[in-house]
Design a protein around this ligand. Structure first.
Ligand SMILES: *Cc1c(COP(=O)(O)O)cnc(C)c1O
Length: 359
């Protein structure tokens, strides 16, 4: 095996939900959408199943044209993949060689060090600031002659804050034009902060900026694996060449098109999830927690060395949450019943833990 393989951190998937003695059981460890598929989306999927003896359309033609229209970008700039992680993985294959460097904030999405390590490139993680935000000055300082890519995750998984439009613009002023900046907007639909960066607008204004988006979170298609990039044409063409052939199934393509058609209903659900996020964040704050400001479908509890204890307390109550070493715990929000259990566990946990030891 290549040395890079044994050096890779494993991707830790969200655990299945434990079951509490009273039967309570919620998986809130993977930022999934709690709602089942809309009937109109299910119907399309069921019809598509009858054609699984055929390969899918490799170019995702219908989905690409639906996205081009929806986003008002030329179709050749859109590249679909097996989730946005699939697109990111093709990007690393297309752009990076051994010795190249990729700058990203840390903690951030755990797939980043894996896809970077797999490509043979060197990961250059730059610590978040004390509020769980990207430290863009430090990230700009970390760029060297070997830097090929910078990954910007907004809102940041797992901490939740967005990157502001102005700070991103100032950062881009410091990035050399031959360094590609990837704005990962997996949670874009949950953002309500009007000062947040708009990845697509930034892409339009800068030839070295591309955007990653997904149908996994707000659109509720995590199980079908479909996401996309919006990139300038030389990059988009390289992504198409580097992709695994026929990666996005017909079922995923058709479900994504149907989801765009059902966008209004889906975004109403997103509004409900955002309302839940605000309710949970307000109640946690009232309990005495100090949290990073989340604009996504999760909250982050920076409990430091108490991380395993909080994960265990959640499990006892029937919640699988995501613990990050000795940094903190991420919990997906949106299902009011699960959110109520989370609030109860967090309230009781804080009683046992003095607030000055939190955050
Ligand atoms: C969930 C997530 C993705 C999307 O993953 P898919 O491969 O599209 O399911 C991308 N980036 C971040 C930061 C995420 O949290």
């Amino acid at each position: 095996m290549r040395a890079a393989i044994s050096a890779l951190p494993g991707y830790v998937p969200g655990r299945p939900a434990p079951v509490a003695p009273d039967g309570t059981s919620y998986k809130i460890s993977s930022n999934e959408n709690p709602y089942p598929p809309l009937p109109a989306v299910l119907e399309v999927v069921q019809r598509a199943v009858t054609e699984i003896n055929r390969y899918p359309d490799m170019a995702s033609t219908q989905l690409v044209s639906a996205l081009a229209e929806r986003l008002d970008v030329p179709a050749p700039r859109i590249v679909t993949g097996t989730g946005s992680v699939g697109v990111l993985s093709s990007l690393l294959q297309a752009v990076c060689e051994a010795g190249d460097e990729v700058v990203f904030a840390w903690r951030s999405f755990e797939a980043y060090p894996i896809v970077v390590g797999l490509s043979g490139a060197t990961a250059v993680p730059v610590p978040l600031d004390g509020a769980g935000r990207h430290d863009l000055d430090a990230m700009a300082d970390a760029i060297t002659e070997r830097t090929r890519l910078v990954l910007v995750c907004t809102p940041n998984n797992p901490t939740g804050p967005v990157v502001g439009a102005q700070e991103l613009e100032a950062f881009l002023g410091r990035v050399p034009r031959d360094v590609l900046v990837v704005v990962d907007e997996a949670y874009l639909e949950f953002v309500r902060d009007p000062t947040a960066a708009d990845g697509l607008a930034v892409h339009r204004a800068h030839p070295n900026v591309m955007v990653l988006r997904t149908f996994s979170k707000a659109y509720g298609l995590a199980g079908l694996r479909v996401g996309y990039a919006v990139a300038h044409e030389p990059v988009a063409e390289a992504l198409r060449r580097a992709a695994v052939p026929f990666g996005v199934s017909s079922i995923a393509q058709l479900a994504a098109v149907a989801s765009l058609e059902q966008e209004k209903a889906l975004l109403e659900r997103v509004d409900g999830i955002v309302d839940e996020r605000e309710r949970v964040a307000a109640e946690l704050t009232r309990q005495g927690w100090r949290l990073p400001r989340s604009e996504a479908n999760f909250v982050y509890l920076p409990v430091g060395s108490a991380t395993p204890d909080l994960v265990a307390a959640c499990a006892e109550a029937g919640l699988s949450v995501r613990g990050y070493g000795s940094d903190g715990v991420r919990a997906t929000v949106g299902d009011a019943a699960a959110d109520d259990v989370l609030l109860e566990v967090c309230g009781a946990f804080l009683q046992r833990w003095s607030p000055d030891r939190v955050g």
